[in-house]
Ligand binder design. Structure first.
Ligand code: SAM
Length: 283
């Protein structure tokens, strides 16, 4: 008989692959039992059924091979929304909530039209839409699989002010039906990692698609492309807002200023790193 307490002790085996071994085991068990993590403190002696044990062992073996917890469980929390995740795109990160905070502060009152470029799971667009039911959001991604995931998250969360479309950056907006569309806010967490960055082969990142992570030109190619193209799709007085790497803020500010954006500034994440940069298209 294997009980909860015994399973929790297995965290020691995960120390080499995870900085959060104990939490990982708790999350796996929570999924197996379909209970809150607090359940384990009340019922440490509770035995697992043979089916529960088999599922736990399967999950544990995958985690031991380094597979991200989010992929094993098929979900990740972002901005208090539970989002489905899979290998087609990035697992949403808490860092990206900074973009949501900034966007909400930029437009506290108005009902605006916003564009989320490279939406992945739909994290940014769905978080904004959940806070601002009167905003109109368009969420684009080049990956068909990512678009299906974002659309499935949208439906699951019953959010009806987000439209998901497959598009290579702004390409779909050139279609006649959409060509008149301009936006008050264009937000993007694009690929921004240099192809030679050693982080690409480490931890969760090594299980995520390069198409969601890597950009040419020291990671800045997509930010440059989006900035140059945004001019045709942004309203006067509108904002362009990016997430980027901790050491790219100065370069991104230069890109925005060179394109004609005003009030360009960077904002710090919770670790004190400049991780988001925005600029205003002059009116
Ligand atoms: C860093 S992930 C961000 C995902 C999501 N917005 C988030 O913050 O969790 C970048 C996303 O951009 C998408 N992407 C990459 N190149 C693209 C392109 N040319 N056009 C549109 N989307 C693209 C990827 O498929 C991926 O989903």
């Amino acid at each position: 008989m294997t009980d909860i307490k015994t399973c929790l002790l297995r965290a020691a085996q995960l120390q080499d692959v995870s900085d959060s071994a104990r939490l990982d085991v708790e999350l796996l068990l929570a999924h197996v039992f379909d209970k809150d993590r607090s359940y384990f403190f009340s019922w440490p002696e509770k035995a697992l059924t043979s089916t529960q044990l088999a599922t736990f062992e399967q999950f544990f073996a995958r985690r031991l091979r380094g597979e991200p917890i989010a992929h094993i469980l098929g979900e990740r929390e972002f901005w208090s929304l539970s989002l489905q995740v899979n290998a087609s795109t990035l697992i949403p990160r808490p860092d990206t909530e900074l973009l949501v905070e900034i966007a909400l502060e930029l437009f506290p009152q108005q009902s605006i039209r916003a564009l989320d470029l490279g939406t992945g799971t739909g994290a940014i667009a769905l978080a904004l839409a959940s806070e601002k039911p009167l905003w109109h959001l368009l969420a684009l991604d080049q990956s068909q699989a990512a678009c299906e995931l974002a659309e499935s998250n949208r439906k699951m969360l019953a959010i009806d002010n987000v439209q998901v479309l497959q598009s290579n950056w702004f390409a779909a907006l050139k279609a006649p039906a959409l060509s008149a569309k301009r936006f008050d806010l264009i937000v993007s967490n694009p690929p921004y990692i240099d192809k030679d960055d050693h982080h690409l082969s480490e931890g969760d990142v090594s299980f995520e698609p390069l198409s969601a992570l890597v950009a040419d030109d020291a990671g800045l190619a997509d930010i440059k492309h989006i900035t140059a193209a945004a001019i045709d799709f942004i309203n006067l007085g509108g904002y362009l807002l990016f997430e980027h790497g901790y050491n790219q803020a100065a370069a991104v500010r230069r890109i925005l200023m060179a394109a004609g954006f005003a009030n360009v500034k960077s904002e710090k994440d919770l670790n004190g790193n400049d991780r988001a940069t925005l600029g205003r298209w002059p009116s």
